[in-house]
Design a protein around this ligand. Structure first.
Ligand code: GAR
Length: 203
């Protein structure tokens, strides 16, 4: 729905973060864009999770950000309607998927085109979908990393904004590789959000 370029806004952007689990990427976004508005570019103003017990919700509440559980259930339509209502209610400008393990519909993504980002633990287009770190180990690559990208109607197919690389080391298991990539994710997401909000990249 973005008519023309969505960014820059010329004012502080209001961010929403969707997360399903632990929320370490949420934590990095909260550090970079605190809800209190210490960073003039943006502030995290809403956190949404499809899982009631996601640690991400607790992190958000501790940071003083509205944190809402929206059940996904079998009905993506109801989830998306509620999510859309919350995004409007909180006047959200940019949505960051951060360990959000659900696939959103083409119609939801279309509404937010250019204003919805995702982070994925591989150097896309390599190793889309689930267990990207395991896929990298099975493929026996020497290098992997993470990608922050615009979300489009495909799974992990939107235009990359930032990629950060790490070596795959002899003897790495999935946890070791995931931890090395995660460190880079925490740098990559805030960097990508800055590029988008400054209008330096578009989908
Ligand atoms: C991160 O590694 C993120 O890249 C990945 O889930 C983890 C979430 O960690 N996302 C995907 O695999 C999406 N396909 P976090 O909850 O600590 O941010």
């Amino acid at each position: 729905m973005a008519d023309g370029a969505a960014f820059p806004l010329g004012r502080m952007a209001r961010l929403a973060v969707f997360a399903s689990g632990r929320g370490s990427n949420l934590a990095s976004l909260l550090r970079a864009f605190p809800p209190g508005g210490d960073e003039p570019l943006a502030a995290v103003r809403l956190v949404l999770s499809d899982r009631a017990n996601a640690a991400a919700l607790e992190r958000a509440r501790e940071a003083g950000v509205p944190a809402v559980h929206v059940p996904f259930g079998r009905d993506r339509v109801a989830f998306e309607a509620r999510a859309e209502a919350l995004l409007r209610e909180h006047a959200i400008d940019l949505v960051c998927l951060a360990g959000f393990m659900r696939v959103l519909s083409a119609s939801f993504v279309d509404t937010w085109l250019g204003r919805i980002l995702n982070i994925h633990p591989s150097l896309l287009p390599a190793f889309r979908g689930l267990h990207a770190q395991r896929q990298a180990l099975v493929a026996d690559v020497r290098e992997s990393g993470c990608t922050v990208h615009f979300v489009d109607a495909g799974v992990d197919t939107g235009r990359p904004i930032v990629q950060r690389r790490v070596p795959v080391l002899e003897g790495d298991d999935e946890d070791a590789l995931a931890a090395r990539i995660l460190e880079q994710e925490h740098l990559a997401y805030p960097e990508a959000v800055r590029l988008v909000l400054r209008g330096e990249v578009a989908p």
